[in-house]
Design a protein around this ligand. Structure first.
Ligand code: ADP
Length: 437
């Protein structure tokens, strides 16, 4: 701004000098009085000084009472003007005020006959700049205070809900509360954050409840065979002269319970392995022939079916390849097919079918078994859930087979769907996306 105003000032000083030079060039050999008169007509400001020089730079007229008359003025702008050029320069007077000095040639018949040296004091300019500086400082101070106040208020508004959350969390931590639900007091992003936090808390709560239920179920399941073993061993200890047949019977019973314990522990280990993401990352997914896999599973279970005189049918008409974790998928399909045989009465029929659509392979296992009541269907995938506990124990069921199957299928990005009717039979549909990556 300073530069711009100074530039304007220089231009006006030069043009003033030009006007005087043009005016004077119309006359010849003017006396000092005549020049005074001519300048008076120009109505120049009292702050300015006009000097007229001949082409040898000797002052012939000085509006300041002729102080410089007869003296040579070899200053830059004058020399420029003698060369025929307009020129202006900045300087300071004795009081340190800015002064602009312009020199322009007086031309007659395209010849330089003299020079007009015009000086103007720019005191108004300094004053103006001072004012601007003052205004700018004031503006800066006001704006800074305003920005400070607004920032303070804004940060208080923004951080209030965060402080609220932090306070509640630390209070909960101090009081050792398990879960904290934060009341939604604000909308916008903070409200969304609170919602997400509450959702996460609810999720953790659900997980924790599930975990506790699992631990209590597992303990219960392990306790039952252990109690039986304890009972049998106590009986044996209390009957020192028990006949051999009785001891054999007790030991056989004990063996059955130990087998049951082993089965439960093995299945629990399988589940834990699939629950740990570190273990899942280590799993070996490879492209394999699913038709072949299902065929091997039926082969493994055929003796069980034959034992119960159950017709086991599997006639795949297509070959499907996909990237799978062979052992996990084997276990999943095996468990479902094993159940169908287990929960089908003698002389029944179990059919396994393999088909595919544009993106999935569908393994359908249908039985003519006991079926599942509609209000039980959604529970059968829960850990340790058995529709008929007594009966399941007879068949060696642990209630973990289907939850292992579902976890394994979910690891493959798939799902299991069930359709069942009590007394008629069930259909388990295992759907797995076909992938090669
Ligand atoms: P289990 O080891 O007891 O078979 P699962 O998790 O494999 O445990 O199955 C859970 C329960 O679902 C079983 O106890 C049984 O009551 C029911 N179930 C599973 N498959 C069938 C089926 N094909 N027909 C009828 N009931 C079934």
């Amino acid at each position: 701004m300073k530069k711009y105003i100074l530039n304007q000032k220089e231009i006006s000083t030069l043009s003033q000098a030009n006007v005087i030079a043009g005016y004077i060039s119309q006359y010849q050999d003017l006396s000092n009085e005549s020049i005074n008169k001519l300048l008076a007509q120009q109505q120049l400001s009292s702050d300015c000084r006009v000097l007229m020089l001949d082409k040898d730079a000797i002052v012939t007229y000085d509006s300041n009472n002729g102080v410089m008359n007869g003296k040579i003025m070899l200053v830059g702008p004058v020399l420029d003007a003698i060369d025929g050029n307009n020129s202006v320069e900045q300087g300071k007077d004795g009081d340190g005020e800015l002064i602009l000095s312009a020199a322009v040639p007086i031309m007659k018949d395209k010849e330089v006959t003299g020079v007009i040296y015009y000086q103007a004091l720019a005191s108004d300019f300094s004053e103006f700049i001072k004012q601007i500086n003052l205004t700018m400082i004031m503006l800066t101070v006001i704006v800074s205070i305003l920005v400070g106040v607004v920032s303070f208020i804004m940060s208080a508004i923004i951080t209030h809900p965060i402080r609220n959350i932090t306070e509640k969390l630390s209070k909960a931590a101090d009081e050792e509360e398990d879960y904290v639900i934060i009341e939604r007091t604000s909308g916008g992003e903070m409200g969304k954050l609170i919602d997400a936090f509450n959702k996460m808390t609810a999720q953790i709560q659900k997980q924790e409840e599930k975990r506790q239920e699992f631990v209590s179920n597992a303990s219960h399941e392990l306790k039952t065979p252990l109690s039986s073993i304890k009972l049998i061993s106590d009986s044996l200890l209390n009957t020192p002269d028990a006949p051999k047949e009785m001891v054999d019977e007790f030991l056989t019973d004990m063996n059955v319970q130990v087998d049951r314990l082993t089965r439960i522990v093995e299945k629990l280990l399988t589940l834990t392995r699939m629950d740990s993401s570190a273990n899942v990352a280590k799993m070996d997914f490879q492209v394999a022939d699913l038709t072949d896999l299902c065929s091997n599973i039926t082969k493994a279970l055929r003796p069980l079916a034959e034992q119960k005189h159950i017709e086991l049918e599997y006639n795949p008409e297509l070959t499907v390849y996909s990237k799978i974790e062979r052992d996990r998928l084997w276990e999943a399909i095996y468990n479902v097919l094993d159940n169908s045989i287990k929960y089908t009465k003698e002389g029944g029929k179990v059919t396994m079918n393999l088909s595919k659509d544009e993106s999935n392979v569908i393994i359908e296992i249908t039985d003519t078994g006991i079926g599942i009541a509609p209000d039980e269907v959604y529970k059968i995938f829960d850990r340790f859930y058995r529709v008929d506990k007594a009966r399941a124990r007879e068949t060696g069921g642990t209630g973990l087979g289907l939850s292992i199957a579902l976890t394994a299928i979910e690891l493959h990005g798939g799902n299991i769907k069930v359709e069942s009717e009590e007394g008629v039979g069930s259909t388990f549909r295992i759907i797995i996306p076909i992938t090669f990556q």
